[in-house]
Design a protein around this ligand. Sequence first.
Ligand SMILES: NC(=O)c1ccc[n+]([C@@H]2O[C@H](COP(=O)([O-])OP(=O)(O)OC[C@H]3O[C@@H](n4cnc5c(N)ncnc54)[C@H](O)[C@@H]3O)[C@@H](O)[C@H]2O)c1
Length: 258
Amino acid sequence: MSTSAQAQKVLVTAGAGGIGRAIAAAFAAAGARVHVCDLDAASLDQLRAQLPGITTSVCDVGDRAAVQAMVQQASEQLGGLDVLVNNAGIAGPTASVAELDPAAWEAVLRVNLTGTFTVTQCAIPHLKRSAAASIIVMSSLAGRFGYPNRSPYSTTKWGLIGFTKTLARELGPFGIRVNAILPGAVDGPRLQQVLQGRASASGRTLAQEQAAALANQSIQRFVDPADIAALAVFLASEAGRSISGQALPIDGDSQSAA
Ligand SMILES: NC(=O)c1ccc[n+]([C@@H]2O[C@H](COP(=O)([O-])OP(=O)(O)OC[C@H]3O[C@@H](n4cnc5c(N)ncnc54)[C@H](O)[C@@H]3O)[C@@H](O)[C@H]2O)c1
């Protein structure tokens, strides 16, 4: 696709790093016009330097007033909106329900659930003006299984599936498709840190913890963020036009969340 008037206009939340950055880069490579919001202003500066043409806003998706201004700015800078990628989500604490800090519970719900709701609600009027709109919601393997000691994360990621399926039915009549992506363990520094933490706690080696994590999967490889980005680009494309209301795992056929 060229950067012509037909180029897709795409908003990616929390796209200055991690999976969101890979998604922003993949849409840009496919010829889309991309706007990225993130909390981290310095990383957004780097992103604009690395991917010229991308526009950005500093925004916490948990802050309703900031989101309203950000979505308006994104739509103005892109010249409309065809695709919303609700990628923002935080991991939250590692603690049992019995021991969880109630403030930490609220903090995860504020970003993962309410943030996704707010960005989506603000984007709907813009998406309704698109000829081929779609929304992607970032759930997780933790939205498919129980995840011991990660209850706020797992609860929000299951909640986002309900949000996706409900929204798909509400927006289908307007020609807007809505799908959730459920990544498994994604390769990168965050995963290595998690595995290192498990190794320190268990007394096993990093390699043993890595093997134990992969033993949950039939495909012996952690997920590459580029693979998730390719799925997002496909779902938002013409080729995905009959797919809506779906929760799509991309996790090497994982059989548990931990
Ligand atoms: N990394 C994984 O293994 C994995 C697996 C399954 C699902 N996910 C989901 O994928 C999404 C992205 O995960 P990631 O690991 O790439 O994230 P990450 O922790 O690498 O963070 C990506 C970006 O999110 C931004 N961010 C954090 N809170 C924000 C907020 N309130 N408002 C705006 N931006 C904010 C950060 O500044 C950062 O640039 C999340 O929803 C996550 O739950 C991740």
